[in-house]
Design a protein around this ligand. Structure first.
Ligand code: HEC
Length: 256
């Protein structure tokens, strides 16, 4: 019976393994090759490179997580191990200068002089030196529409940065600008608590301010109230201040 069967290539009791040999013959492969060819383990040097990348990634995330605060721009703070972790409390003016470089320089330029006709100057600007309530609002919610700055007219728009910068960062930037003697500015610094009070008083404001709106504001939000009144009374500092008609020292510098 077996002798009458046609000769079938590869069917031979003693050749192992048959299926591989048969398939190899069908697709024209070298059937004498070790059947594990092409299935070698990943080479060690490649594993070492993968491992090195993984380790670096872990170190990077661990070092530059910024304390896992999602609004944190200062990636070295709060890690305790970063290269710049030694000065725990950075000088607000130095912090302000750094944040100014990252958030304002593209328009107002490193020397604060802006660009003629496009971006107003921050040097001796009445908006910078006047009521701090103005600049806090400009940085938090932005500014748009016609405005006169140091004798120059502008009619443009600046986006608010309140969602990006926290109270400490806004206070640092404003303090850096207002106290910058090189720019001819000699106004008082602003504290994070004062920025927090303005943020609270302007909560719900989503559109940029206009110059005339700001000019109408005569008062300033002071430091946050003592816990007695509580931060959650919903009453804004602005409403509590009965000074809408009483003159403040800042009025002397009010634009026009
Ligand atoms: C995208 C460009 C842009 C950026 C970024 C920007 N500004 Fe402005 N800023 C403007 C423009 C434009 C005006 C004028 C708006 C108008 O015409 O109503 C202005 C106005 C101002 C004013 C009032 C006028 C003056 O010159 O005194 C202040 C203060 C100010 N910006 C501060 C800042 C600070 C601080 C930052 C960074 C936190 C900043 N700006 C970021 C474009 C910008």
């Amino acid at each position: 019976m077996a002798e009458n069967a046609p000769e079938t290539p590869g069917i031979n009791e003693h050749d192992e393994p048959k299926p591989i040999k048969q398939h190899g013959m069908l697709i024209g492969h070298d059937t004498t090759a070790d059947p594990t060819d092409g299935y070698e383990p990943v080479p060690l040097w490649l594993l070492a490179i993968f491992g090195a990348f993984l380790a670096w990634g872990g170190w990077y995330v661990g070092t530059f997580n910024g304390g896992w605060r999602w609004l944190e721009l200062d990636e070295y703070s709060g890690t305790g191990t970063g290269p710049a972790a030694a000065p725990v409390e950075e000088d607000p003016i130095a912090l302000g200068k750094r944040l100014f470089a990252g958030n304002c320089v593209s328009c107002h330029q490193a020397n604060g002089q802006g660009l003629p006709g496009q971006y107003p100057t921050l040097n001796r600007s009445e908006w910078v030196l006047g009521n701090p309530a103005w600049m806090k609002r400009i940085v938090l919610q932005g500014l748009e529409g016609p405005i006169e700055v140091a004798g120059q007219r502008y009619n443009s728009a600046m986006p608010g940065l309140g969602a990006k910068l926290n109270d400490k960062q806004v206070a640092a930037i404003i303090s850096y600008v207002r106290t910058n003697a090189e720019w001819g500015n000699d106004a008082s610094p602003v504290t994070p608590e004062e920025v927090a009070a303005t943020r609270e008083a302007t909560r719900g404001r989503t559109t940029p301010w206009t110059a005339s709106e700001l000019q109408a504001i005569q008062t300033d939000e002071g430091p946050a109230q003592a816990p007695a009144s509580g931060p959650s009374t919903g009453e804004s500092q602005e409403e509590q201040t009965p000074a809408a008609t009483s003159p403040t020292p800042q009025e002397a510098r009010q634009p026009q």
